[in-house]
Every structure is written in C-alpha cells, then in structure tokens.
Design a protein around this ligand. Sequence first.
Ligand SMILES: *Cc1c(COP(=O)(O)O)cnc(C)c1O
Ligand code: SF4
Length: 357
Amino acid sequence: MITGIAQKNQTKNLTFPLFSDAIPSGCDMPSAWQRQLANAVRDPLELIRLLELPPAPWVSREAAQSFSTLVTQSYLARMRKADWSDPLLRQVLPLTEELISIADYGVDPVGDQHALVSEGVLHKYYNRVLLVTTGACAIHCRYCFRRHFPYSEATASRNHWQAAWDYLAAHPEVDEVILSGGDPLVLSDQRLFDLCHKLETIKHLKRIRIHSRLPIVLPERIDESFINGLQALQLQLVLVVHANHAQELEGEAIATAFQRLRRSGVILLNQSVLLRGVNDSVVALKALSEALIAHSILPYYLHYLDKVQGAAHFALPLVEAQQLIRQLRSQISGYLVPELVVEEAGKPAKTPIPTGD
Ligand SMILES: *Cc1c(COP(=O)(O)O)cnc(C)c1O
Ligand code: SF4
C-alpha cells in the first residue's frame, strides 16, 4: 500500500498555539537538567557513532529533516552498544522507511485540530481539558503522533491566555486539567508552577495531571527544586510517565527520580505505545510491567499505534496486539496489565480494544 513519497510541508496551515505563552518565563541560571538538555544528541550519525555503529543506508538524515533527531545523554547511556536492534535506539533512530508514504497514515490521526477550543486548549473528553504547554520535548520518538504538528512554530500571541482562562472558568464540568505538549516538564520550574498555582485558583478543579516523558528520558529533571514545587501544590497531582521498555527504567538516576516522586506523594502511572521491534512480545511487556511496579508506577494504557505518516514500520496487526494482552493477563497480576486502547477522532474517550479470554 505504498502510495509515493511523503510530501513535505503538508501541515503548513496547522497552527498549534501554546498555553504557556501566557506565563512569563523566569531568568534563572540553567539547572543541571537544563544543561543536559542543551547537550542532547541532535544528529543521527553522531548517535550511531556514540553507540559504536557504522554509518548504514537505513539511517536517514533526510527523515530527520522533517522531524529532527533528539536524544538525551542519559537515555543514550541506557542503550546497548553496537546493537541495531536495541529497543531504545529503535524509538529514536530516523530511518529511510519513514519517507515512504502509506495509505491510511495521516498527519492528524487523532483529530487534535478539531478539539482545539482556545489557544493551546484541547477539550475532547467531558471532564478533562488538555493544555498544550510547550512544543518542546526532551526526546523525539519516531512513532509520535505529534511529529507533524509544528507546535514549536506556534505563533500565538502571549495575550490570548485570558480566553483559555475564561474557557476553564465557564466549564464547571471540568475537574481535571492535563498539562501536556510537547512535554510540560521541559518548562522551567518557575513557569510550570506558576501555571499550576494559577490553575489552583479555579475552584472546580480537583486534580492536575501531568503527562511527561522526562522522568524516563531525563530523570535528572526530578531534582529537589521540582519536588519542593510539587509539595507546595494544593491540588491532587497525577503524573503519567511514558516508558515502553524495561530497559528504560534501569540505572541509578531513574531509581533516584522515582524515589523522590514517591516521597512527594504524587500518583504515578505509565502509558506505553505498542511498537514493533521494541515491546511486541509477552516477555518484553511483562518485564516492563514488573520494572514499573518496582518503582511504584502502575501501568495505565498500552496505546495501539496511531496511524501517523512515517511510523508504519512500528505497526502490529490488531489480532497480534489482542493476543499479546491475553497472554500477558495469564502471566501477571491483573493490576499490572495495561489497558489496550486506541484513539479515534470524535469519540468521547479513548477506545478500549476488547481482547477476549
Ligand atoms: C488522551 C487525552 C486525554 C486523557 O484521556 P484519559 O483517558 O483520561 O487518559 C484528555 N484529553 C485529550 C485531548 C486527550 O487526547
Ligand atoms: S516525548 Fe511524547 S510528545 Fe514528545 S516526541 Fe516522544 S511521544 Fe511525542
């Protein structure tokens, strides 16, 4: 079902304004994690060189032009050397295959453009609103459904936050605000917690939920200053991290980050994406759930891949996904089995995929 070469700039009409443009930035000295982020690997050939791999025709600088390479040193350190099939490397390495255009694979598979109700505000589901706080991430995952959104080119003026605020105030059914992006933990503590404290003035909110991959890919982000900020919040806090493989949870820095988070009392959940060549086996999924619970993180969702251009090589047939979950359920505790879901545009929630018994 190959239909030709993916067109560049297909998305040039889409703009995705950022909510945090409303929040003035501080001018503090960069912290250790911010310096690490500045030193992240941004070139695919440099990435493979650091892993002692030779240049190869399937590594594509061209694919990295439309969606750039970005990997933290911390995440890189958890990859195995000289191994093309390393499950962490597979998630970040730009491949020639990404340039092949596949029918059914679009640029906005989850209908985010239609759920935009105000600057940086997505209201898709009844009681919860998602704020696009930044376009930036600490890593670029090749399967990401946001890979075609020019979040970072957003042109929103800094004056539009009042509209977002008015929207939240006018919707008393919204009891939870989700900070997303990009990745909200890329924001400085000052920006992040200013935003949280502003949210705390909206009386009908009960919880703030943060969706972030930084605790996994840049665990140094969870420093004492961040924990102090968390502990000063009045609203209940849920942190949904994003790990796809047990190997991502190895090492001292991860252990320290999750110890600190546990101490702060935040509720910890994980979402994963089911990915061919990364976690498409019962052994891998079981090891992931076990590694998560060892750090007091509960598996939440296992997302069936969104059909986004450039990610087709990560796809699994639905029957295979269903069978994996059935097998997983027969081997581990019920609360360690994530819910297999798919995101369908226009639905009132994520759609659970029935897996039978
Ligand atoms: C996924 C998503 C949510 C959260 O859904 P849950 O099922 O509560 O995790 C909320 N808003 C938007 C726009 C989303 O895409
Ligand atoms: S961290 Fe999340 S939003 Fe950022 S590229 Fe990866 S999957 Fe996409």
